[in-house]
Design a protein around this ligand. Structure first.
Ligand code: HEM
Length: 539
């Protein structure tokens, strides 16, 4: 089959490596020694004891004993697909990222997921969905690790362990496996009212998508784009499904959970096999990079906020097509490692405190999940651009590094001159953002304190059937709580969103509807938030 393709570190890559893992016409052990029987242990006579010297038996069972790796601590249940991203070039004025220049095609791998369920949980539960995209660009890997809901439960990553502890099954009963219907979840989201907006989206039809192919995706945080002249623009990233946004109704979701718990996974796989390649348009909302980082009074560093599309339209910048299924779920979908810190020149971060914690967490968790620090060498994680790093050794090191001087500059490995700061062309250079002179505090800004205006806007944007579904969802989920005090507290939160919502849920629960404790926000609906009017295509 000709010479193998090798990486800059001298290792076979991609298909060549896979071929090497499984070649030849006869069965061997892991060392390549031919086997004549893999069905019988070596015994002292056909009915005698099994012999310890059977190293094939030991190798086979020992390997099997270690086949499982820890599932992701969140987003454990997922499905992935390969594809291609073609950029329109319409973002070239705001970013120098090479993969966003006109007509550039970039290979991608996308993984969709639920958040709370374990690896074997069912697909059509009420939950947020992950929408993580790995772009293998010519300048390195860029990961957009987003969700199908544009806001998050918390404003500061220090609360992430808490919200996930509250959302995961109860520590004593280990129930429920994958749904929000339990006391700890509702206890958390009613005590931490910044979670109100995300919870409302979860209780809406967005919490039970019809298909991964009909979900929107959001980068959630505000990012900073940098163009060739060094000019900066604040942006929010969006994925818009070509098929429109569609959901299940609750009763459908319940039936499907029983009939086909793999419904979303199967749907994605079958669509791609049938050539019905799902597509999303990539888009950005852009905002001037002002010192206060707000837009129309909305704090862009608060990840519980959206910016209504009527105020900042989503501008299309490229097209994603998923056209190839993974050939090995473990090697690709399970071993893929996304990280918000995988950035390319032209895309930078902001001071969103939720994003700051994520920048630490992904790399850290993957060291455990993928068995040490060398998981970037796993084929699905390898950049498609050259890698020339100074990272060495460690568990599962598969590269045979050359040279003796893994430091720069050095005078031993053929010179390899490197003067810090001298070669900026093509390099990832952090944007020189001014950090305000400040006193060290453990605190949130005043602009993070309004927890109800944005949920109210969402509610007011819903059509009558969507409102009915939301009331039904809150009623069902809260009815499952054991603690009456939690139900009552939840109604107090809903009263601060809208009386119709609060009264509807209160009636369903057989409780009195409380009065609001803050004045109802004076906000306009945002029609783009409603799913009404979105239909399946006819072509
Ligand atoms: C996994 C999205 C906040 C920690 C994921 C995945 C997605 C995601 C899509 C699954 C990636 C995959 O398919 O492999 C988000 C979004 C967030 C958010 C949109 C908020 C805007 C956070 C925060 C933390 C965190 C605040 C921690 C401080 C993790 C961890 C994983 C994960 C540990 C598992 C990663 C792995 O094992 O590879 N997140 N997340 N996330 N997230 Fe987040």
């Amino acid at each position: 089959s000709g010479p193998a393709t090798v990486s800059p570190t001298g290792q076979p890559t991609g298909a060549d490596q896979a071929r090497m893992a499984q070649s030849g016409s006869y069965l061997t052990n892991a060392q390549g020694t031919r086997l004549y029987d893999t069905d019988h242990s070596l015994k002292a006579g056909p009915r005698g004891p099994v012999l310890l010297q059977d190293h094939h038996l030991r190798e086979k069972v020992m390997h099997f004993d270690h086949e499982r790796i820890p599932e992701r601590v969140v987003h454990a249940r997922g499905a992935g697909a390969h594809g291609v991203f073609r950029s329109y070039g319409t973002a070239a004025n705001v970013t120098k990222a090479a993969f966003l220049a006109e007509d550039v095609e970039t290979p991608v791998f996308v993984r969709f997921s639920t958040v709370l369920g374990s690896r074997g949980s069912s697909d059509t539960v009420r939950d947020t969905r992950g929408f993580a995209t790995k772009f293998y660009t010519s300048e390195g890997v860029f990961d957009l690790v987003g969700n199908n809901i544009p806001v998050f439960f918390i404003q500061d990553a220090i609360k992430f362990p808490d919200v996930i502890h509250a959302g995961k099954p109860h520590p004593d009963r280990e129930i429920p496996q994958a749904q929000s219907a339990h006391d700890t979840f509702w206890d958390f989201v009613t005590l931490h009212t910044e979670a109100t907006h995300h919870t409302l989206w979860n209780m809406s039809d967005r919490g039970i998508p019809r298909s991964y192919r009909t979900m929107e995706g959001f980068g959630v945080h505000t990012f900073r784009l940098v163009n060739a002249e060094g000019g900066t623009t604040l942006v929010k990233f969006h994925w818009k499904p070509k098929l429109g946004v569609h959901s299940l109704v609750w009763e459908e979701a319940q039936i499907i959970n029983g009939v086909d718990p793999d419904f979303h996974r199967r749907d994605l796989y079958d669509a791609i096999e049938a050539g019905a390649y799902p597509q999303w348009e990539f888009g950005i909302q852009t905002f001037p990079d002002t010192p206060d980082q707000t837009f129309e009074g909305i704090d862009l560093l608060d990840p519980t906020n959206i910016v209504p599309e009527e105020l900042a339209p989503v501008q299309p910048i490229g097209l994603l097509t998923l056209d190839r299924n993974p050939s090995n779920f473990f090697a690709e979908t399970e071993q893929v490692a996304f990280h918000v810190g995988h950035l390319v020149p032209g895309i930078d971060i902001t001071d969103d405190p939720l994003l700051a914690g994520r920048l630490f967490s992904y790399l850290d968790t993957q060291i455990t999940r993928l068995g040490g620090p060398n998981f970037p060498q796993i084929p699905i994680n390898r950049p498609h651009s050259p890698v020339n790093d100074m990272l060495r050794d460690g568990f599962h090191q598969t590269a045979v590094h050359r040279g003796v001087a893994p430091y720069r500059p050095n005078s031993l490995d053929g010179g390899c001159p490197f003067t810090p700061g001298a070669d900026l062309e093509g390099a990832y250079v952090e944007t020189p953002v001014r950090v305000p002179e400040a006193t060290k505090v453990r605190d949130a800004p005043e602009s993070f304190q309004d927890h109800f205006s944005q949920p109210r806007r969402f509610w007011l944007s819903m059509s009558p059937p969507e409102r009915e579904h939301i009331i039904g969802a809150y009623t069902f989920e809260l009815a499952k709580c054991y603690e009456q005090a939690i139900r009552e507290r939840a109604l107090k939160v809903l009263a601060n969103i809208d009386p119709e919502l609060c009264e509807g849920v209160a009636a369903g629960l057989g409780l009195p509807a409380p009065a609001p404790t803050v004045p109802l926000a004076d906000v306009e609906p945002s029609p783009a938030l409603s799913q009404v009017g979105q239909t399946w295509p006819t072509d």
